[in-house]
Design a protein around this ligand. Sequence first.
Ligand code: GLC
Ligand code: CA
Length: 555
Amino acid sequence: MASSGEQWWRDAVIYQVYPRSWADSNGDGIGDLPGITARLPHLADLGVDAIWLSPFYTSPQHDAGYDVADYRDVDPVFGDLAAFDRLAARAHELGLRVIVDIVPNHSSDEHPWFVEALASPAGSPERARYIFRDGRDGGTQAPNNWQSLFGGPAWTRVNEPDGKPGQWYLHLFDTTQPDFDWTNPEVRTELEDVLRFWLDRGVDGFRIDVAHGLVKADGLPDADLSHDRHADATALAPMWDQPGVHEIYRSWRRLTDSYATEGEDADRILCAEAWVLPAEALAKYVREDELHQSFNFEYLMTPWLAADQRATITHSLAQAEAVGAPQTWVLSNHDVVRHATRLGYPQTPGLQKIEGIGADDPQPDAELGLRRARAATAVMLALPGSAYLFQGEELGLPEATQLPDEARQDPTFARTNGTSVGRDGCRVPIPWEGGVPSYGFGPGDESWLPQPVEYGLLAADRQRHEPDSTLTLYQDLLRLRRELRLGRGALTWLDGFGDDVLAFRVESAKGAVIVLANLGSGEVPLPDGKTVLAGSLPRHHGAFVRTDETVWLRP
Ligand code: GLC
Ligand code: CA
């Protein structure tokens, strides 16, 4: 295995920037690359190691850029290639690595290949880059029963070049996102070439979109529709986690390894977005000759209950260790309800719901949600391995749960006729400055989704240098985590604190902490003679760990 130096990714904290919602430089209400570049010092101050940028490629934006029309260019909404180069250079100057998103499962229907496929006859090489099939029942019914993750059938019938209804194509997501056929070598070559394009531009790695979906079961058999993508085992579904994906990733790993420079800490990394359970199946993606990391979504979906947390953390660590990979930890991203809101609901054993919340749904207890979110983050940032943060969680932002229907843009909303409100609630533009239009998101008052008023109070400038703010908490935890190298540490559970307390020690070559998270209803006495290094709640002077509080102690 060509690998170099320290392997920075083993304990990296990686911050997800969702380009359309982070910072807008030109006042059109949509975030862009120059906006990101200007705000990068915020991340250097925060103390993260890398950024991951969601897609900024040429796209009709039917799925916020996860529908790529040109993998080698920047959408004019976000800037251009020169703007990307400036962003990457500035990030590197500030000591931040840059990870970009690769979307290999599907392209946009505006990708030249798909345009050519539509203009070409059934059975042509142009069609063979996607999954075109004849329909059932004389062509009138979809080739199988697969459903789009955004609602409705996963197949759309096309009009042939002669104008008559003809074949169907597969799209696991929106109609405008046709799935590639990964049995076609041309597809493999093309996507590897795209990886090379961005590696040559100096990116430090890729987050792989829908990494478990590229290969479909032979013959495209009907699916058992009782399985849900997030909560159930994916093992039985003919479109998910097929054994053939692993060969693709072995080949990608050989490619990224060829960019690692001997003796320098310059690995280029690959991280899978794979909604795969159980953890044993997910661990296969990070075997030594495959990907570096995969998101631990099971952790994200674990309720804030001590027994569930302990079980997930324990077996997550064991599974990663069994294959020699670092575990990753994540609580929020652009597809799920923000954790400051998720945790504001009653917690029940088993994996938790992560789907969007609308104005007609029961509303969370916002104060409780934030209190628990801060405690959960203080647990996460002590854990060995690598952690992913989603933009705005360092401000304690809640989900926008009251967006008007007219504002919603996630295709899920329309495709399910509003039954599922979709993911817009976590994608609302970031408040940088309280009391100015768009809370400083851009120079004007435009923001592509309306910002809730409470975002003004949580603006970054109101939290900076405030000892009790969520932003300061994140900074403190990240600084300690780095100083003590907790990401490289080993975790031992501690007894004697009761069933409702997560009590563990993490020790590395550079130091150690004892972490106590109280998920019970009573106060828990602090052990005698230990210094509090950090606490998730303001002003910790008591000799207790309060309910939904996490403290870090010097052993
Ligand atoms: C992934 C992305 C999500 C996108 C989907 C289709 O799940 O995270 O945002 O809609 O893939 O590309
Ligand atoms: Ca803009």
